[in-house]
Write a protein that binds this ligand. Structure first.
Ligand code: A3P
Length: 327
């Protein structure tokens, strides 16, 4: 029996098992052998208890902001360059930063804060191919929250978001041209089409999460309700994550007629709304685009309705209306 130095051993191992080159982080506290070699300074309490997985443009920032108003709930610390979203499970770059990097994103301000519930919100987890498997490997008992907005509205909101960020395709092509781009269209046009349409194919992505998590760990919120009645949504959310104390968001949120959305009521009656990038004002969608998208999403919405029925989950109002219109 002989061996070689660790680096050489690793090279031999990974050239033999090349499919194992990509790491999969699992919870060190779930395995006695890991615990035995883990630093005593580290704790397993710095992983999130729930994650808002998206998708983008459904009201995820509003939910993130409102959750952080709760005295027993804290999001991850903000990292330089990446702002509020960690992208740990969706980006190889951040995933490869490792478990320490992820866990150190969740820190207590004071040592007696161990009853705090941690969460993170990264809106591109929802439609990311790797995210469900990676989340399940590390935090199998985590609760997941997703928000589903009318896919037509979500697609248009993404296009407007792209325009606000001066995405060249969004500036050079109309929304209709983007969503109807064919395989012969320029790459930038197809890429933007994909970001507008793909995350809105809700049933397909939900099925992937359900390959790894039981339905009892998944809460599906209605994006229209997030806009119109966020206190009610926050009631549902608090019940689902079983947080204490119960907070009545009717006291904390107020509709602002100027912003046309609910905003935070801060001390001394001061109202703070989300920034100008959330709840943008833009022209109504062209009728042709609306018609095209309604047709495009029809079968996906039928699939979503069937899935929700199977899961015994209520269908969002926009979905019921869409299916009624299509009869
Ligand atoms: P628009 O800017 O297109 O209206 P996300 O945070 O996931 O990117 O979602 C952004 C969307 O959240 C906004 O899209 C807006 O419609 C919706 N939204 C829901 N509640 C909101 C609130 N209280 N303030 C601002 N935007 C809100």
């Amino acid at each position: 029996l002989f061996t070689v130095p660790p680096k050489q051993l690793a090279d031999i191992y990974f050239s033999t098992y090349s499919d194992e080159i990509d790491p999969i982080w699992v919870n060190p506290c779930h395995d006695k052998r890991h615990m035995a070699i883990w630093s005593p300074k580290k704790t397993c309490h710095t992983l999130p208890q729930f994650i808002v997985v998206g998708p983008q443009k459904t009201g995820t920032t509003a939910i993130y902001t409102f959750l952080n108003m709760h005295p027993s709930i804290r999001s991850n610390v903000k990292r330089p360059l990446i702002f509020e979203e960690l992208h740990f499970f969706s980006s190889d770059h951040y995933y490869n930063k490792g478990l320490d990097w992820y866990m150190s994103s969740f820190t207590y301000n004071r040592p007696n804060q161990t009853d705090i519930m941690f969460f993170e919100k990264t809106a591109d987890y929802f439609d990311n191919y790797m995210a469900p498997m990676r989340v399940a490997a590390l935090i199998p008992d985590v609760k997941l929250i997703t928000i589903l907005l009318d896919p037509v509205k979500r697609a248009y909101s993404w296009y407007q978001h792209a325009r606000a960020h001066k995405n060249p395709a969004s500036l050079n092509f109309t929304f209709y041209e983007i969503i109807t781009a064919g395989e012969g269209s320029p790459k930038i046009q197809r890429e933007l089409r994909n970001r507008c349409l793909n995350p809105s194919i809700y049933a397909q992505h939900l099925e992937r999460w359900l390959d790894y998590f039981p339905p009892s760990q998944l809460l599906i919120l209605d994006g229209q309700e997030v806009k119109e009645d966020p206190p009610l949504v926050m009631d549902k959310l608090q019940k689902f994550i079983e947080v204490h104390p119960y907070v009545d968001y009717r006291r904390l949120l107020r509709y602002d007629s100027k912003k046309k959305f609910y905003c935070q009521v801060l001390q001394s009656d001061f109202i703070k709304c989300l920034g100008p990038g959330k709840g943008r004002i833009y022209p109504p969608m062209e009728e042709a685009a609306q018609k095209y998208l309604k047709m495009f999403f029809r079968r996906h919405n039928v699939a979503l309705s069937k899935l929700l029925m199977k899961l015994n989950q209520p269908a969002p109002t926009w979905l019921k209306e869409d299916l009624r219109e299509s009869i």
